[in-house]
Ligand binder design. Structure first.
Ligand code: HEM
Length: 583
């Protein structure tokens, strides 16, 4: 029975009457398919000499895949969900037409299922061919062949926390300035490129889309320059000199508590990373919501820190596999995300209920931007931004932990720092934020810490604009996803002498050891550079000054590396140390 005669059997009453449009469309498609198949058979029977495959549905499927490939592949960041939607609708109409005409299963398999498999296979092969043999990025070295083919390699590296070190290894081994780490993604280890990539209102990389919390982006994740400009004005109001003074007092109080608790454990072995992580989280909550999170005294959410670590590892996979994350964003939020969000949200709710007039970072994020008269519209948008404040605050913990570990291995640096603090106090100074801000060796130690122990060692992701980026010796095509690898560039001998060594003097009397300051980007560069930079520096200085001023830090054996993982943000493993009271 031909398809046209089968279509007569189609019911003309019932549910289809309510979907008249769909019914007519499907019928027309069914007739079109029917006559196409008939003419294909007809053509084949009258042209036996012609290769049969050229008229087969598979040939058509390949031709259609080539056309769709040519149409879709030049689109920058073609949205998977839109492509799948288009493919799904067309297939639905096509399959629906067969079903309506009650075609036998064998016809459906021959003319629908198998051509679909051919179509998908040829799309896949075309994509692989383009990525491996045609992409202009093919000339750059890759860590492994699979990195050129799919983002899975990168997702696995970020999810496992090894990405920034692997990227550095490849740059060092190959000596290449540009390394391809994904089908359309490169790492650029070039101080000159920093200014060019991150200048003006550059386009943020697609990586940040995965960082949206419950569908809402915080300032760091938004890829809209329009929103970012407004939100950045709101955020910047939270870090004026007056506000920094206010946070300084809170930081000093929190540090005094930390010092007192370390005094009680003087000489005892402690898990230094845990101590610093818990301190940083409590301080972040204090500054963000006006009240600490009760982590150090055990009254708060016990799994809070663990939930941050789990979230970051999950985010590594999720944000890198953009196609998957785009689709999953329509599904229910996974537990790892809801737990992470709800911890911070419960603190926000508590603040709003019990002390809504608290003077903290949130009090600024609640205000509207004076220029545009806009503010964070919905509670979840506000929550995403306050959550970011907590997350960034915890970055202090990993830097502190690694700094104390380094000081414990470098007694000479520790003593030189102590001497500076001692003579500062002898000459009438104290260890307040204001008083220590210009101590040269302390500043140099923090600079060196931020270079070697930066919590954001992967790099800031951007997308190259319409015109591409011409750097003379290399060219990056339009829409390439790009980042300057923070760890790699800040530990490159090209830019820093004895780059892997902790030498604070390079920031004081041995200036020649910093060969190119443009490579020093601990807080990022350009419009998205860290909004809390001064707060972070103040916090690090106060804690390091007070701990080194009050204790001898002992711990790891010389050269022993403490494990750290980088999930887009560094998490440091456990290390046992002692804070031996000086008095
Ligand atoms: C050692 C501590 C810190 C370091 C090294 C650091 C570094 C950075 C870097 C590299 C970025 C750019 C990230 C990106 O675009 O992917 C950034 C963004 C940001 N940081 Fe920090 N940060 C630190 C602490 C803080 C603290 C304590 C705050 C306070 C809340 C803060 C607030 C922010 C904000 C709001 C942004 C987003 C800025 C924007 O997108 O316009 N950071 N930070």
């Amino acid at each position: 029975m031909s398809l046209s005669s089968m279509s007569m059997l189609m019911p003309s009453v019932g549910i289809w009457e309510y979907f008249d449009f769909a019914r007519v469309l499907m019928l027309k498609t069914a007739y079109a398919i029917d006559s196409t198949i008939d003419s294909m058979r007809n053509f084949q029977s009258h042209n036996p000499d012609l290769v049969a495959t050229t008229t087969s549905p598979h040939f058509l499927a390949i031709a259609i895949s080539l056309i769709s490939f040519l149409l879709i592949s030049p689109l920058p960041e073609a949205r998977t969900i839109e492509v799948l939607f288009g493919y799904g609708i067309l297939n639905f109409v096509y399959l629906g037409s067969f079903l309506m005409t009650q075609a036998p299963t064998s016809t459906i398999i021959t003319y629908w299922l198998l051509p679909n498999i051919t179509y998908l296979t040829s799309c896949l092969l075309l994509t692989l061919t383009r990525r491996v043999f045609i992409s202009p990025l093919r000339k750059f070295p890759v860590p492994t062949a699979s990195a050129a083919v799919s983002n899975y390699w990168m997702a696995r590296e970020i999810g496992n926390g090894t990405f920034s070190r692997t990227v550095r290894e490849v740059h060092r081994k190959t000596g290449a300035t540009v390394v391809r780490t994904g089908p359309n993604e490169v790492s650029v280890n070039d101080a000159e490129a920093v200014v060019k990539i991150y200048s003006g209102k550059y386009q943020r990389g697609s990586f940040y889309e995965g960082g949206k919390l419950r569908g809402h982006a915080a300032i760091r994740e938004t890829r809209s320059n329009y929103h970012h400009t407004i939100w950045r004005r709101i955020w910047d109001k939270a870090f004026t000199p007056g506000e920094l003074k206010h946070y300084a007092a809170q930081t000093e109080n929190a540090t005094s508590k930390l010092v007192n608790s370390l005094k009680k454990k003087s000489g005892e072995e402690v898990d230094c990373t845990k101590v610093m992580d818990e301190f940083a989280l409590d301080l972040a909550a204090q500054l963000t919501y006006g009240e600490d999170a009760g982590i150090q005294d055990g009254t708060g959410i016990k799994t809070y820190l663990e939930s941050i670590k789990k979230y970051l590892s999950w985010l590594g996979y999720y944000a890198t596999l953009r196609n998957l994350s785009e689709m999953l964003s329509y599904a229910r939020d996974p537990a790892v995300l809801t737990t992470y969000c709800s911890n911070s949200e419960s603190l926000l709710i508590n603040r709003q209920r019990h002390h809504p007039d608290s003077h903290d970072i949130t009090s600024h994020l609640l205000l509207e931007d004076e220029e545009s008269r806009r503010k964070f519209q919905v509670p979840l948008q506000l929550a995403a931004n306050t959550n970011l404040s907590i997350l960034m605050g915890t970055a202090i913990g990993s830097t502190l932990s690694q700094t104390f570990q380094t000081l414990s291995q470098n007694k000479n640096i520790q003593e030189k720092l102590y001497k500076e603090l001692e003579s500062h106090i002898k000459s009438g100074g104290d260890l307040s934020t204001e008083s220590i801000k210009n101590l040269p060796y302390l500043s140099a130690t923090i600079n060196e810490s931020l270079r070697l122990h930066n919590p954001f060692s992967t790099g800031v992701h951007a997308a190259i604009g319409e015109k591409g980026l011409d750097m003379g010796s290399y060219h990056l095509p339009a829409h390439t996803q790009v980042y300057v690898p923070t760890l790699t560039i800040m530990t490159d001998e090209k830019y820093f002498e004895r780059a892997d060594e902790f030498i604070p003097e390079r920031w004081t009397e041995k200036e020649e050891m910093v060969k190119d300051k443009r490579a020093y980007i601990p807080f990022g560069y350009g419009v998205h550079a860290c909004a809390g930079k001064q707060l972070a520096i103040n916090e690090l200085k106060v804690v390091v000054a007070r701990v080194v001023g009050g204790f001898v830090v002992e711990g790891c054996e010389d050269g022993e590396e403490v494990e750290w993982r980088d999930y887009g943000m560094v998490r440091v493993g456990e290390w046992k140390g002692r804070f031996r009271s000086r008095k």
